[in-house]
Design a protein around this ligand. Structure first.
Ligand code: 3PG
Length: 206
């Protein structure tokens, strides 16, 4: 699956920090059951790699990948854990080389025209726009779309239910990423029904 195909599956990619392995399966089922079939498990918790495998098994219709993939070691680790894709806040030659060697679909991050151009030159035309709100948000994406109309983005960082639809209305935005679909209080309470409802509402943005 290409990064572009990946970004067309659901309008919102949940950006998840899974703190305990016990929550991985019900969280995956709640999100995928609500219609969000692409799940990004960030490598920011001790159990993230284990969570990727557990979530993939618990929600077989979901495509589970890794986020916060920063270097070649992260690529190797998440690939071994069964990640189907990787997301990075930025891009380095080392990271790109590793993802290509591993044949792991990668959404590298970019926030400026030069970063977009460097990735485009290496063949990446589908990018994470990060950090979306601090880096200029909708106005910046509109501006980038002028000289770089062939590039498509998954903006992430500061996006929530209130502004997701505005991002998704842009011609160069395929989907958005965000942590809002797994609210911390609902996670702490194990309120999977609530997370399922939030996911359902997010899936309707498509
Ligand atoms: C990320 O981790 O990629 C983003 O920072 C998530 O941003 P959010 O918490 O603002 O959705």
């Amino acid at each position: 699956m290409t990064p572009r195909e990946l970004c067309l599956i659901a309008p919102v990619i949940p950006v998840l920090v899974v703190e305990t392995l016990a929550e991985a399966a019900p969280l995956a089922r709640a999100l995928a059951g609500g219609g969000l079939k692409v799940l990004e498990v960030t490598l920011r918790s001790a159990c993230a790699l284990d969570a990727i495998a557990v979530m993939a098994e618990a929600a077989p219709d979901a495509i589970v990948g890794a986020g916060t993939v920063l270097n070649a070691a992260d690529v190797a680790d998440c690939k071994a854990a069964g990640a189907r894709f990787a997301v990075s806040p930025g891009a380095t030659p080392d990271l790109l080389d590793a993802a290509e060697r591993a044949e792991l679909p990668l959404l590298p991050g970019a926030a400026t025209a030069s970063e977009v151009m460097a990735l485009l030159a290496r063949g990446y035309d589908t990018l994470k726009f990060f950090p979306a709100e601090p880096a200029g948000g909708i106005a910046m994406l509109k501006a980038l779309g002028g000289p770089l109309p062939q590039v498509r983005f998954c903006p992430t960082g500061g996006i929530a239910a209130a502004n997701a639809a505005d991002y998704l209305a842009l011609p160069n935005v395929l989907c958005v990423g965000g942590s809002w679909v797994a609210p911390k209080p609902a996670l702490a309470a194990g309120d999977w029904a609530r997370i399922g409802e939030v996911a359902k509402a997010a899936a309707r943005f498509g």
